[in-house]
Write a protein that binds this ligand. Structure first.
Ligand code: ME8
Length: 516
């Protein structure tokens, strides 16, 4: 039986349209989900929108619409974008769904039954933009002595009756969790940051609000709504049917990985495991905090006027180019930057001129010179075998080992080296010259190349699903033979069939800059 694999992204705040950071995170999760499916695992992939909280309520008030109307409209933009990005999610969750209210109330009651919730008065700093409480000691000073959160967002002094979660009780258990499971928090730098924070001591957490009502009602205390993070984190359980003991829940919980950005690591590695321990539920196996994506080195913001619609990037460059660029350009886990020039340069060098050109050169040559079909009979030479070995090592060992660790860029680097080796082999073997001097040897060379192109296309398919399947279609590889298990069977290295090959990547030009 296929081993289950449950992967989630953060759920996104639909208080505006999706931005490039949302696209980046969801693409990375999709690549991992597709990769694990190809490895033969039964994957459950969840994403969605986080629709409660003060941030949503305030934005709706500013627009003079209800929070529900805002969530309905914006959530649609997220779904449309994810369709455009070819995101293969199994469940798109919206926290306004009734089933989610039920799940959030159930985990609340479980925490209450464990004696971890009590009513008191909250007095302290709150950042609406971060939907987070901060200690005085964590605040930084902005211009004009204004107090700001460590993320640089405004904070306001809040005083209200609130339910509290006894987070202070969990310090030791959390530290033991991090120590016993070094991979629970990745990358290492985030793990260190969280450990220092927890070692510094934990205060009980305010987990309800009375000053607004846009949220999940606290069971038995109707004038309170849950702190948005309590319900938001619970989405990972809701999607599997919690609190019912469904088949999905039994199969997929605990999650294999929560993929999130570095700014929300504390919520996922301190609060969330503590809530789960309190509710007596198993803990996720890993939380990975990826870096931030910057636009030419700068954070996108309305005031800088550099906010880019990720859908437009797809229209300009193509979905596979964007997916490839974002995972290839810089190491996953670190911050990285994008610009149209960098996308065009990377795509032309690696996708159009190297991989795309390799496939098109070989397949159109076969169409023209061999009627698209032949069986090679000449012996396999050591040089052919050497190329096969190089490609197979990259596709079956190096890329999968790197992707398992979420080291997408180095996996793609190994893959690209194998593409380069194929191009060097064509130049050396010069099949166009063999056509006249030794047609049998020419067929062997072409068959070797087709086997390599097949392997390269299967291995890279989680990243560039559209282009790779175009190439595999042209190579007449049946869809059932397009996973990592298929790579294990080396082709007979003989039979070749090519149908209607078309270039998978156009050579891109830089978009014309508007004069301004
Ligand atoms: O934090 N680059 O939602 P969100 C890369 N609702 N990733 C980025 C980014 C950037 N420039 N900007 C944001 C929330 N992200 C909560 C999550 S989960 C139970 C609740 C990432 O819409 C961010 O780190 O502000 C987060 O993982 C995700 O996008 C959604 O951010």
């Amino acid at each position: 039986m296929a081993e289950p694999f449950y992967i989630t992204t953060a759920i996104h705040y639909p208080n505006g349209k999706p931005h490039i950071g949302h696209a980046y995170e969801t693409i990375a999760a999709d690549v991992l989900a597709r990769f694990q499916r190809l490895m033969g695992r039964e994957v459950r992939f969840q994403t969605g929108t986080d629709e409660h909280g003060l941030k949503m309520a305030q934005k709706a008030r500013d627009l003079d619409i209800t929070p529900r109307a805002l969530a309905d409209e914006m959530s649609g933009y997220f779904r449309d974008l994810f369709d455009k990005l070819n995101i293969s999610y199994d469940r798109y969750i919206r926290t306004t769904e009734d089933v989610h209210h039920r799940a959030s109330q159930a985990i609340w009651q479980a925490m209450e039954a464990n004696g971890d919730l009590y009513l008191d008065r909250y007095e302290g700093w709150y950042s609406i933009r971060d939907e987070a409480y901060y200690d005085e000691s964590e605040l930084i000073e902005g211009e004009g002595n204004e107090k700001l959160s460590p993320q640089g967002t405004p904070v306001e002094w809040t005083v209200e009756e609130s339910w509290f979660f006894r987070l202070s009780r969990y310090q030791k258990r959390l530290l033991a969790l991090y120590n016993d499971n070094p991979d629970f928090i990745r990358p290492e730098s985030r793990r260190n940051e969280v450990m220092r924070f927890v070692e510094g001591g934990l205060r009980d957490l305010s987990v309800s609000r009375t000053s607004f009502d846009w949220g999940v009602k606290v069971p038995g205390a109707d004038n309170h709504v849950m702190y948005v993070w309590v319900d938001a984190l619970t989405n990972y359980l809701t999607g599997l049917g919690y609190p019912d003991e469904t088949e999905d829940f039994k199969k997929f919980w605990p999650a294999d990985i929560h993929l999130i950005g570095k700014d929300i690591i504390r919520f996922h590695t301190v609060y969330w495991p503590a809530f789960l321990m309190s509710a007596n539920l198993a803990l996720p196996k890993q939380v990975f905090g990826h870096g931030f994506l910057l636009n030419r080195g700068q954070k996108e913001s309305k005031s800088l006027g550099n906010v880019t619609d990720p859908g437009e990037l797809v229209d300009t460059f193509g979905v596979d180019v964007l997916r490839y660029f974002l995972l290839r350009e810089f190491a996953f886990g670190q911050d990285g930057s994008y610009s149209p020039e960098a996308i065009v340069t990377r795509s032309n060098a690696e996708l159009a001129n190297s991989y795309g050109n390799l496939a098109q050169r070989v397949m159109s040559f076969i169409s023209k010179n061999c009627d698209g079909c032949f069986t090679a009979s000449a012996p396999v030479e050591p040089v052919d075998q050497a190329l096969r070995n190089k490609v197979q090592t990259a596709c079956r060992e190096e890329l999968p080992a790197a992707f398992e660790r979420l080291a997408f860029s180095s996996g793609l680097e190994a893959w690209m080296q194998a593409v380069f080796a194929c191009n060097a082999y064509i130049d050396e073997q010069a099949p166009w010259a063999l056509r006249k001097t030794d047609p049998e040897r020419m067929q062997r060379v072409l068959a070797t190349l087709c086997a390599c192109i097949r392997d390269l296309s299967i291995a890279v398919s989680p990243v560039i699903p559209e282009a790779s399947s175009k190439i595999l279609d042209a190579l007449c590889i049946p869809s059932a033979a397009r996973d990592f298990a298929a790579l294990a069977e080396d082709l007979a290295l003989g039979e070749v069939r090519v149908e209607n090959p078309k270039p998978a990547f156009p050579r891109l030009e830089l978009p014309v800059q508007e004069e301004g």
